[in-house]
Design a binder for this molecule. Structure first.
Ligand SMILES: Cc1ncc(COP(=O)(O)O)c(C=O)c1O
Length: 458
């Protein structure tokens, strides 16, 4: 049995219909370097999506490899209750310095969904301790994505991931969020005053006594199709959360660490959340780690003589993992020593101009949007009406397969092709990426009128 056969015999891959692997076999990656991944057959792939948005400085980055090696020879992991470790302490001190004000305490977990779960429990428990026992509901906006565990999934609003589990979910208050491409107020994202906030305002004013926290992906709803919105929405949200004693949870898991051109996306709006979840770029795509940052105001409510209702008895075996912390520390040092944010903004802009030149006039391209390193193209059936293609077409998956044949890993979100590349990508590599994208869209468009055309991977 070869490796691919063994993979299919034993492994259940995430976010997949396993039957699809009958035609598109798993690609077994043997090594990586910079923006490229190499499979066991020697094929080379340009990773346009930073391996699920987490790699920052290149696969097998020498500097980060060394940090792990140095750490592994000292201590790999130690229980984090009653014990600590040096990289975790140094990392915490540095993160408090560079994150928005009022985030002064760190709770370590091991993945993004766990961070969201932790944030929800922390917020609920905080209000309970203060005797605000009615505050036990959470608010999240339409098209949100916050992870896959039951609490996090309850905050998410993308049916493909959550619909079937609805009977198990928390009673989330779902509010219409911003939708700038199809703005019902006919406003421009860059100049609007977030008129769409009216729905949120109404819900908060009606239900604030029941609301523990509002969770939001600041500036950009990633899994929804890289939907970018105005910072004024976040400013208004902060004001109302302050007014009604509601915790604002910023889910910076996908957007933190420079993705939007600022270190943290909340900075676009100049706001500080009460709780912030970070992951992905935190360890530059190396190790599973996430952190929930919060204020002393929240932390202090849990502080006192031992009492199981007062203490936050949440834990994960791998909390504060020393290897993860040593990588994160190195990531922060790289940000400190090199002009990373400048580079991100320059490269994101270069890519945006290139996309506009190459695909701006394409009959299927409805919108090309950009923030920091992230660029996205929304494909539509009709540019005027912004009508979508039928979801049966699985347009994203088909374009993914075509681009893969051409050596680029695009992994569109439905009808949205996006680029969320590694920060080390060069202009030549971006040109190659866009060329393959354009060819792939054209092949897919042609295939719609030509049944004989087959681009299935052999
Ligand atoms: C905004 C956001 N929140 C939470 C998560 C969940 O993180 P994880 O996949 O590590 O559980 C993701 C993952 O993509 C995300 O994009």
């Amino acid at each position: 049995m070869n490796l691919v056969e063994k993979d299919l015999k034993y492994i259940w891959h995430p976010c997949s219909q396993m039957k699809d692997y009958e035609t598109l076999k798993p690609i077994v990656i043997e090594k990586g370097e910079g923006v490229y991944l190499y499979d066991i057959d020697g094929n080379k792939y340009l990773d346009a999506i930073s391996s699920w948005w987490c790699n920052l400085f290149g696969h097998s980055n020498k500097r980060i490899n060394k940090a792990i090696n140095d750490q592994v020879n000292k201590i790999e992991h130690v229980i984090f209750a009653n014990f600590s470790n040096i990289p975790a302490i140094e990392l915490s001190e540095r993160l408090v310095k560079i994150t928005p004000d009022r985030l002064e305490k760190l709770f370590f977990v091991d993945n993004g969904s766990a961070a969201v779960e932790t944030a929800l429990k922390m917020s609920f428990h905080y209000h309970q301790q203060l005797g605000k026992i009615k505050k036990k509901r959470f608010v999240a906006i339409t098209d949100a994505y916050h992870g896959e565990t039951l609490g996090a999934l309850s905050m998410s609003d993308l049916d493909i991931y959550s619909k079937v589990y609805k009977p198990l979910m928390l009673d989330t208050i779902r509010v219409n969020g911003p939708d700038c491409y199809r703005c019902s107020f006919n406003k421009d994202r860059d100049t609007c005053n977030s008129e769409c906030f009216i729905d949120m305002q109404k819900e908060i004013e009606d239900k604030h006594e029941e609301i523990s926290a509002i969770i939001i992906e600041p500036m950009l709803q990633g899994a929804a199709g890289m939907k970018i919105y105005s910072p004024t929405y976040l400013k208004k949200l902060r004001e109302l959360c302050d007014k009604y004693d509601i915790n604002l949870i910023a889910d910076e898991i996908a957007v933190g660490f420079g993705r939007t051109g600022k270190m943290f996306a909340c900075e676009h709006a100049g706001i500080s959340p009460d709780i912030m979840c970070i992951s992905k770029g935190l360890t530059a795509g190396y190790l599973p780690m996430a952190i929930v940052m919060t204020s002393n105001k929240i932390y202090d409510v849990f502080y006192g003589d031992y009492n199981e209702n007062k203490a936050f008895l949440h834990s994960h075996t791998y909390s504060g993992n020393a290897l993860g912390c040593s990588v994160a520390l190195e990531v922060l040092k790289i940000f400190e020593e090199e002009p990373i944010l400048e580079t991100v903004n320059q490269k994101g802009k270069f890519l945006n101009e290139l996309l506009r030149r190459e695909l701006g006039d394409h009959s299927l391209v409805g919108e090309i949007r950009n923030i920091g390193m992230i660029n996205a193209i929304e494909l539509v059936k009709d540019k005027e009406t912004k009508e979508l293609f039928s979801s049966d077409l699985r347009i994203g998956y088909e374009i993914f397969k075509i681009a893969l044949e051409k050596g680029v890993i695009l992994r569109p979100l439905g009808n949205v092709i996006y680029f969320n590349p590694l920060y080390v990508i060069s202009e030549e590599e971006m040109i190659e990426m866009v060329k393959v994208c354009k060819e792939s869209v054209n092949i897919w468009e042609k295939s719609q009128n030509d049944d004989s055309l087959s681009y299935k991977r052999k």
